[in-house]
Design a protein. Structure first.
Length: 155
C-alpha cells in the first residue's frame, strides 16, 4: 500500500536540519545566499525509480535525479558552513531523489524488485533546478506540509 506524495510537497532535500530554533533562520538564509550566489539554473531529468532503505523493507518510493553536478560545489560549501555554525545533519553522501510515495505496507517485495528493474533507466520528465528553498516541515495527521521560509533563485 502506497501513500502518494502530493505534487505541492515535491522537493529535493539537500540537508535535513531537524528541529531548528526560529532565531537561526536568518543565519541559514545567509549561508544559502553565500553558497549558491554564483550557481546557474539548469535542467535535468527525473530518471529511474528506487526505494529506501532497500527492496526487502521499502519505506520510500523515489525517482532519481540524473544530474546534480552543477550544484555540487555549492552543496559542499553549504554543508561546511552549516557545520562551522553549529548545525548538525546526516553525513551520508547526497543521493538526489524525488520522493513520490511512502510505503505503508509491502506485502510483495518482489513487486518492488520488478518495478525497479522495469523502470531503472526510464526518463519520467525534465525538471528545472532553479531555486533553493528553506522549508519548515510541519507534521499533520494527513502527512507533512512544507512551509517555505526562504527562496534563493539561481542565476
Amino acid at each position: 500500500m502506497l501513500n502518494w506524495a502530493i505534487p505541492q510537497n515535491w522537493h529535493i532535500t539537500l540537508f535535513f536540519l531537524g528541529s531548528t530554533e526560529e532565531f537561526a533562520v536568518p543565519l541559514i538564509q545567509q549561508l544559502i545566499e553565500e553558497s549558491f550566489s554564483k550557481i546557474q539554473a539548469y535542467q535535468t531529468e527525473l530518471r529511474g525509480v528506487g526505494v529506501f532503505p532497500n527492496t526487502n523493507n521499502p519505506k520510500v518510493l523515489w525517482l532519481g535525479l540524473d544530474d546534480v553536478q552543477p550544484i555540487m560545489s555549492a552543496y559542499s560549501k553549504l554543508g561546511e558552513l552549516l557545520q562551522q555554525n553549529g548545525f548538525s545533519f546526516d553525513q551520508k553522501p547526497l543521493k538526489p531523489h524525488l520522493t513520490i510515495a511512502r510505503v505503508k505496507r509491502a506485502d510483495h517485495p518482489s513487486a518492488f524488485q520488478s518495478l525497479l528493474s522495469k523502470y531503472q533507466e526510464t526518463v519520467f520528465d525534465r525538471v528545472n533546478m532553479n531555486k533553493v528553498v528553506l522549508f519548515e516541515s510541519v507534521t499533520t495527521p494527513f502527512g507533512p506540509v512544507y512551509k517555505p521560509l526562504f527562496e534563493k533563485q539561481l542565476i
